[in-house]
Write a protein that binds this ligand. Structure first.
Ligand code: 2AM
Length: 166
């Protein structure tokens, strides 16, 4: 199964991202993740059978609740446009410590540097969009282990476990 660790977004942050997606749709075309799929990835485990290891890494996460904020112009990796996140160094500390712990448990993660982002659209076709993500913030109190399935051509994310930050 294909697994990843992520932050599920609050209604306020999701709403800001939906506004940005609606503006993007007026300016071009692409593959837009549906509202329920918007999330911030902390670590992508890829195809693995080691669900116990993934759960153990999630449960070992040690981090206080912290604030996550979106807002401003989107960025892009090639034809994938995303909303950046600002705020707390706790986010990067959390992602890097999860990734180190997963590697220590034998997971083979990619070496690409952690660039926290929330994907708004993939395979964008259009000019560089003139869009501003409205400002919104949330307190992150929980992180999740998600399974990603492709069912009838649709990407479905299912939460398998979560861990409260304290
Ligand atoms: P993306 O939104 O930038 O594509 C589930 O696939 C989540 O894991 C997505 O948020 C995806 O990021 C992220 N991810 C990170 N590395 C990935 C990879 N090598 N393949 C697919 N998804 C990856």
């Amino acid at each position: 199964m294909r697994l990843f660790l992520a932050i599920q977004l609050s209604p306020a942050v999701r709403e800001a991202l939906l506004t940005a997606q609606a503006d993007l749709r007026r300016q071009g075309r692409g593959s837009f993740p549906p509202p329920e799929n918007l999330h911030l990835t902390l670590a992508f485990l890829g195809e693995t059978a080691d669900l116990p290891g993934a759960r153990a890494a999630l449960n070992a996460a040690a981090c206080r609740p912290f604030t996550l904020a979106v807002g401003g112009p989107p960025g892009h990796f090639g034809d994938l446009w995303w909303a950046g996140v600002r705020g707390d160094p706790a986010l990067e500390d959390l992602a890097l410590s999860l990734q180190a712990d997963l590697r220590a448990r034998g997971f083979r993660l990619e070496d690409r540097p952690f660039r926290p982002h929330i994907t708004l659209v993939r395979r964008w076709r259009g000019e560089a969009p003139q869009v501003t993500v409205p400002h919104a913030s949330m307190v992150v109190r929980r992180i999740s282990l998600l399974r990603s399935d492709l069912t009838d051509g649709k990407r479905i994310y299912t939460e398998l476990s979560n861990k409260s930050l304290r």
